[in-house]
Design a protein around this ligand. Structure first.
Ligand code: ADP
Ligand code: MG
Length: 366
């Protein structure tokens, strides 16, 4: 298959997966899953029940199918503003776009950061330190080398990886926190916020919804879910956790309000060569796909940005290190770990809100 054909097939496959995922979330949290409205619409104003003041949008951005649903008197304006924000951040944070800030910094090796980029850089640097280098946004040149950006996948040679690994050292980036200026100290370095951008985007949408007094909302950015408030019937949102091995199977459901529920798994983006599967979450110490016994990691947190960064990080760490990390940071998040051999572990803060019909659930205690 040529490149276009391959991309079209992949796009179709991902759209199908996304619709299925949304249906899973939808069945549990909304009424029905057949609605794929292309435009925002709010049904009425005045003294109408909240469930009728609904607006929704389907968007394709950040290489992801996204769904936004909001309830409130100004839900239509809120969803419109959210859509604009997604588009703005997509350009701003794209590592390649000549029109975006991150793309320009990557092209010039330096630049001034406006608020979003500065915030994400600082959060990423903090995560890099907290995770001892496991979360690393400077891995981008290696992600490119594997073809995860162009979708022309290749397994890079050991020489290529040895050449590129020194470019991923976050300490070789000079950052002036006052002036918000960034400068790469070596040629060829590039930032990629792919491991954190969607969580930041969903967190930003929640802020916009706050400004528009949206009472109840859900965004699903390709399996990265964040909810505002409860459902309009006053119950918590049910977010399905899929089986990493079988996309049609739900492993369990977590009931939440005002939380992000963000999952990373090797099944989200991968290719196969000579019978070996290579996925998109890389171990920064080797530049190769991380295989430390986990098939997926879900993070539950009020902080969407943190949840996204940590879902990627804990996946790389593996179960034991992930548990230790959680024990040191149990005030900030809870987690659901699914191992390669299908075992399900949840941290104790989820014990009352997570249910699984399928599996025995192991509880991780502090
Ligand atoms: P998704 O974007 O599919 O929801 P993740 O949040 O796990 O999944 O992010 C994976 C993306 O993050 C990769 O596509 C890549 O761009 C980037 N990435 C891969 N490995 C790392 C890592 N160790 N640290 C930071 N970012 C990473
Ligand atoms: Mg992530």
């Amino acid at each position: 298959m040529n490149k276009k054909g391959r991309q079209a097939a992949e796009m179709k496959n991902r759209k199908r997966k996304w619709l299925l995922y949304f249906c899973i979330v939808g069945i549990l949290s909304l009424s029905g899953c057949g609605s794929t409205t292309q435009e925002n619409h709010v049904q009425s104003t005045g003294s109408v029940p909240i469930e009728e003041m609904k607006a929704e949008a389907d968007i394709f951005a950040m290489d992801t199918y996204m769904k936004i649903i909001a309830y409130g008197a100004e839900a239509d304006k809120a969803v419109e503003a959210a859509e604009q924000e997604v588009k703005r951040l997509d350009t701003l944070l794209s590592p390649e776009s000549a029109y975006g800030e991150v793309g320009q910094i990557n092209a010039n090796g330096e630049g001034k950061c406006a608020d979003d980029t500065a915030y994400l850089w600082e959060r990423s640097l903090q995560l890099y330190e907290d995770t001892e280098g496991v979360f690393n946004v400077m891995l981008y040149p290696i992600i490119e080398a594997w073809g995860f950006i162009t979708k022309e996948y290749t397994v890079p040679s050991e020489e290529t990886l040895t050449e590129l690994l020194p470019l991923t050292d976050m300490k070789k980036v000079a950052y002036d926190a006052e002036k918000k200026e960034i400068k790469f100290m070596q040629d060829g370095m590039k930032i990629g916020f792919g491991g954190i951008a969607k969580g930041y985007t969903s967190a930003r949408i929640m802020e916009i919804f706050q400004d528009y007094d949206v009472e109840s909302a859900m965004v699903n950015l390709g399996g990265n879910v964040q909810v505002k408030g409860k459902k309009t019937d006053g119950t918590d949102w049910g977010v399905a956790i899929r089986d990493p091995k079988n996309e049609e199977n739900v492993l369990g459901v977590v009931q939440v309000a005002d939380q992000a529920v963000i999952t990373s798994g090797g099944y989200e983006r991968y290719f196969e060569q000579n019978g070996i599967t290579y996925h998109h979450i890389l171990d920064p110490s080797t530049g190769k796909p991380a295989h430390h016994g986990l098939a997926s990691v879900t993070i539950v947190s009020t902080d969407g940005t943190l949840a996204d960064g940590l879902s990627t990080s804990l996946f790389v760490m593996g179960r034991e290190k992930a548990e230790e990390y959680w024990k040191r940071n149990a005030d900030k998040f809870q987690t659901i770990l699914v191992t390669d051999d299908g075992e399900l572990y949840i941290t104790e803060g989820l014990a009352d809100i997570f249910t699984s019909q399928e599996k025995e659930v192991h509880i991780i205690k502090k």
